[in-house]
Design a protein around this ligand. Structure first.
Ligand SMILES: C[S@@+](CC[C@H](N)C(=O)[O-])C[C@H]1O[C@@H](n2cnc3c(N)ncnc32)[C@H](O)[C@@H]1O
Length: 216
């Protein structure tokens, strides 16, 4: 049903896109909180909600994406802002910090300039984690990030997180393993507090990567 709505909206080029977010697919009880950045059109946000989280804020810079978020997550706190200027301190202690920081710097379809690319926001994510001190972290990106040319950068990100007390790991996940009718493989950085048992659904069936973070 969700796919039908999206396709219809795409065909008529009408923004914001609308997909079904009925109570059927939204769990009634949201006991955990999430701060999501670079929320885009809300694909990940929908999954986060379905995993039982309530968003305290959705941060996104693109106006059209924000309109889509507001339409599909009525009443939610959509913050239309550049992440570089975002102050996360009101959300200190949030259960989950998550997001899909821009993938262009790591995409095989681009120049793969990594941290040299102005669009890279991993260090902004680290700043926000430092200031908001979430209980868990999950950042998604393309698998290009797992290429050996980015080994040092991935380690750098892990070391920043370790300095902050987060023992994070890189993994690859395929959406098709989670009931999504699409093979979309992504690199995922996560640090899950063992007390956040509800998050198990997000991390099960993962394919482990070796110590250098290279896909095995
Ligand atoms: C890969 S998309 C995220 C997709 C999203 N996770 C989803 O499921 O729909 C990256 C998003 O980051 C946003 N973005 C890029 N630079 C940003 C910035 N400096 N501040 C806030 N958002 C930014 C883009 O507008 C884009 O929507």
């Amino acid at each position: 049903m969700a796919t039908r709505s999206v396709n219809k909206a795409v065909k008529s080029s009408v923004w914001p896109l609308s997909f079904s977010t009925s109570e059927k697919i939204r769990p009634a009880k949201h006991s955990l909180t999430a701060l999501e950045v670079c929320a885009g059109a809300g694909g990940q946000a929908l999954g986060i909600e379905r995993a039982g989280f309530r968003h305290v804020a959705l941060v996104e810079m693109d106006r059209h994406a924000c309109e889509t978020l507001r339409a599909n997550f009525p009443g939610s706190n959509v913050i239309e802002q550049d992440l570089r200027t975002f102050d996360p301190t009101p959300y200190h202690g949030v259960d989950l910090f998550c997001g899909g920081v821009p993938c262009q710097p790591f995409s095989q379809a681009g120049k793969m300039k990594g941290s040299e690319d102005d669009r890279d926001l991993f260090m902004e994510a680290i700043r926000i984690i430092e200031q908001a001190r979430p209980r868990a972290v999950m950042l998604e990106n393309v698998t290009g990030l797992l290429q050996s040319r980015f080994d040092d950068y991935r380690l750098d990100i892990l070391q920043h997180l370790r300095r902050l007390g987060y023992d994070a790991e890189w993994h690859t996940l395929n959406s098709a393993d989670y009931g999504v009718p699409q093979r979309r493989v992504r690199s995922v950085l996560e640090r899950v507090d063992i007390h956040l048992v509800q998050m198990n659904a997000l991390t099960r069936q993962r394919i482990d990567i070796n110590a250098r973070g290279v896909c095995s």
